[in-house]
Ligand binder design. Structure first.
Ligand SMILES: NC(=O)c1ccc[n+]([C@@H]2O[C@H](COP(=O)([O-])OP(=O)(O)OC[C@H]3O[C@@H](n4cnc5c(N)ncnc54)[C@H](O)[C@@H]3O)[C@@H](O)[C@H]2O)c1
Length: 351
């Protein structure tokens, strides 16, 4: 039996969901999609072959017997749409960040548990082939004890426009949008340690930088606004402490005066260091410092296919979710603590 799919929110990232569902052929049936902008939803449905189209998720959920729903709305609608879909008996694949804050995230997790449904978070970097290799290196003891890590997602001129700078819809700037990916990845490879405190600072010095042209490949919101609001940070930096004593340094920007934009995580163990981008071990061989470049199937971008396979396998009961609601809640706790610390100037405990 094909898994009956619905998509809520048919903007930019929804295309990645739809394309990857389509690649699964007969395994799925693209039943319905919805967007507040009905014309956008209609065009999306035509492109991918969804049968039914709506301008809200409630009618879509009521009128269709869906098995699984992707939530691809702006962040402030994640909790509402996810909870509605879970209560309608669907498994939910919710885009990152999980929600606007930890309270919403906990409610989403509890709703999934109450309904005995899966709730997957779109931490797509967990599904990179490189991530698997990094986990194997750690498991083989090549890094030793990881006591420090650095997670960076820095853009020089990369504000996506639309709602991304409007705090009431995004919940924040690059920390909640980009930082969330690399913080989660760092935590995942470190073995999901529990965060205990965070100290952070945020800045809004360069603003939206709309006067500077974005690169062709820059992510752009597909939601049109007359003039984007920008009441979020353009840079966030933080230290997160975990219960195993390890510390993670985080930095995330939309706009920063740096030469080379970067997305990477570096791990520092007592046997070796590992950087993900480029993928290299930093160690000692024969009493000499050595940098070892690791080759593999890292260039082809299989992360979306891997993520989709994990999602559908979990629905079919063939495997466990790699990125769970629990992970989403942990991330929201870290983000909330960093934002609070940035406001108060003090370290914030995480329960
Ligand atoms: N996994 C990734 O790498 C990745 C990349 C980009 C964006 N995202 C995430 O995907 C989500 C969407 O981002 P985007 O760039 O596609 O935004 P977008 O602006 O292109 O599209 C968002 C769409 O959601 C619709 N929408 C909002 N509230 C809705 C509701 N209640 N019901 C139905 N439709 C609703 C809007 O009308 C809009 O069409 C965000 O949470 C973002 O963080 C993830």
């Amino acid at each position: 039996m094909a898994i009956k799919i619905g998509i809520i929110g048919t903007g930019g990232i929804a295309n990645f969901h739809a394309r990857n569902y389509k690649e699964q052929g007969q395994r799925v049936e693209l039943v319905a999609c919805c967007d507040l902008d009905i014309n956008k939803a209609k065009k999306f449905a035509e492109t991918y072959g969804f049968k039914n189209v709506y301008d809200n998720c409630y009618d879509m959920l009521k009128e269709n017997e869906l098995d699984a729903v992707s939530v691809c709305t702006w962040n402030s609608a994640h909790a509402e749409c996810t909870i509605a879909a879970l209560n309608a008996g669907c498994h939910v694949f919710c885009e990152k960040p999980m929600a606007m804050n930890k309270e919403e995230a906990i409610l989403m997790k509890e709703t999934a548990e109450k309904n005995n449904k899966l709730l997957m978070l779109g931490f797509v970097l967990r599904h990179e082939n490189k991530t698997k290799s990094a986990l194997n290196l750690k498991k083989d003891g090549r890094l030793g004890d990881i006591y420090y890590a650095k997670a960076s997602y820095l853009r020089r001129c990369g504000f996506p426009g639309g709602w991304f700078g409007d705090k009431s819809r995004s919940g924040g700037g690059p920390l909640i949008d980009l930082g969330v990916h690399v913080i989660d990845l760092a935590r995942f490879i470190m073995g999901n340690p529990k965060p205990v405190s965070a100290y952070g600072a945020t800045f809004n010095k360069l603003g939206a930088r709309l006067e500077i042209a974005l690169g062709e490949d820059a992510w752009k919101s597909m939601t049109e606004v007359d003039k984007p609001i920008f009441d979020v940070e353009d840079l966030a930096t933080a230290m997160v402490r975990f219960d195993n004593g390890a510390v993670l340094h985080v930095e995330a920007s939309f706009n920063l005066n740096i030469k080379t934009p970067t997305t990477t995580v570096e791990f520092f163990g007592d046997k070796a260091g590992l950087s993900l981008n480029p993928f290299e071990l930093h160690t000692v061989v024969d009493n000499k410092l050595a940098d070892i470049e690791i080759y593999g199937d890292f260039k082809t971008d299989t992360k979306w296919t891997n993520q989709m396979n994990n999602w559908l396998d979990a629905i079919e009961g063939k495997s466990k979710l790699i990125s769970t609601a629990e992970d989403g809640v942990m991330l929201m706790k870290i983000l909330d603590a960093i934002y609070l610390s940035a406001k108060t100037g003090k370290s914030v405990d995480i329960e």
